[in-house]
Design a protein around this ligand. Structure first.
Ligand code: CA
Ligand code: CA
Ligand code: CA
Ligand code: CA
Length: 331
């Protein structure tokens, strides 16, 4: 049996469910709070007051102004400039990095704002332009043949530089807490990398998609047995995200031949299937409407336009960027 109550903090009213029997979900954080009204992600203050770290567990991708909404963002290689359309402050430009850099933005300083960041293959250096205004962070970690998998592997709210070394099948994570580097052997060189928080403990889990099998494998940070889910085929493009808003990353694919998104929802129930975009679009899922659920979204290079299917209802279309721009983490 589940009990509900309302907590009002500031302008947000939270519907809180309390588990009253052992048969209820013991992971209270996953389902403990549902939000009514416009505000769907607790602020840091609300989080502290509730003792319910929703924000840390739902790091919003590409949220450069920290309002909980993904901001369309591109890197223009010819200029070394980052352009963001911030949902709070409008358009901004940040010069950072060069054409040969790889893009690894994340929240490296835990102020809830995404930091512009690059990995320079020739040096093995991560350069992070901290949103707090502190001096740039520079970390030497990895080599040019590594694949980059930054995430919050220790749940301290800070993105950790991390790489997958295909020749070894090893994940190396430079933990921001200062603990010794984490090394996990998981996956093979032909796997595609899909790190995420598949168990909702706030820690990024190493995870791979094996094209030959159509299987998703996640090495759960809670220590539970590895997750194995058969979902998708080798010609699909991978768009994992939290499409049902339960805090767990859901395996998801975009099928170019159909223009359809398929998500295997961690809550259970039927798969989410939506038609959105075409095979020549770039895939840019995020939480653009701040309802805690990933929104299918595409950037259409021929038009320089973003088409966002807001999970809370409605569509967002905005013209931003050009075909030659690079978009971090796009598929
Ligand atoms: Ca930051
Ligand atoms: Ca996890
Ligand atoms: Ca989910
Ligand atoms: Ca959303």
């Amino acid at each position: 049996m589940t009990k509900y109550g309302f907590i009002t903090i500031g302008s947000a009213t939270l519907l809180v469910a309390a588990c009253s029997s052992p048969s209820d979900d013991i992971h209270g954080e996953e389902n403990a709070a549902e939000v009514s009204g416009e505000i769907s992600v607790a602020s840091a203050q609300q989080e502290a007051a509730l003792g319910n770290p929703l924000v840390a567990r739902h790091q919003v991708p590409q949220d450069y102004d920290g309002d909980g909404k993904t901001d369309p963002t591109v890197f223009r290689p010819s200029e070394g400039n980052w352009y963001s359309r911030l949902s709070v402050f409008g358009d901004t430009v940040t010069p950072f990095g060069v054409n040969s850099d790889r893009l690894v933005p994340g929240d490296y300083d835990n102020d809830k704002k995404t930091d512009v960041a690059v990995f320079r293959p020739s040096e093995g250096n991560w350069y992070v332009h901290l949103s707090t205004g502190a001096p740039d962070m520079v970390v030497n970690f990895g080599v040019s043949s590594d694949r980059l998998v930054p995430g919050d592997y220790d749940n301290d709210g800070k993105t950790d530089p991390a790489v997958f070394r295909p020749s070894e099948g090893n994940w190396y994570v430079h933990l921001s807490t200062g603990a010794p580097d984490m090394v996990v052997n998981f996956g093979v060189s032909s796997d595609r990398l899909v790190p995420g928080d598949y168990d909702n403990d706030g820690k990024t889990d190493p995870a791979v998609f094996r094209p030959s099998e159509g299987n998703w494998y996640a090495h759960l940070s809670t220590g539970a047995p590895d997750m194995v889910i058969n979902f998708g085929v080798s010609s699909d493009r991978l768009v994992p995200g939290d499409y049902d808003g339960d805090g767990k990353t859901d395996p998801a694919v975009f099928r170019p031949s159909e223009g359809k998104w398929y998500a295997h929802l961690s809550k259970g129930g039927p798969d989410l299937v939506v038609e959105w975009g075409t095979s020549t679009d770039r895939l840019v899922p995020g939480d653009y409407d701040k309802d805690g659920k990933t929104d299918p979204a595409v950037f259409r290079p021929s038009e320089g336009r973003w088409y966002i299917l807001a999970s809370g209802g409605g569509q967002i279309v905005t013209t931003f960027g050009v075909a030659t721009d690079r978009i971090p983490y796009s598929q």
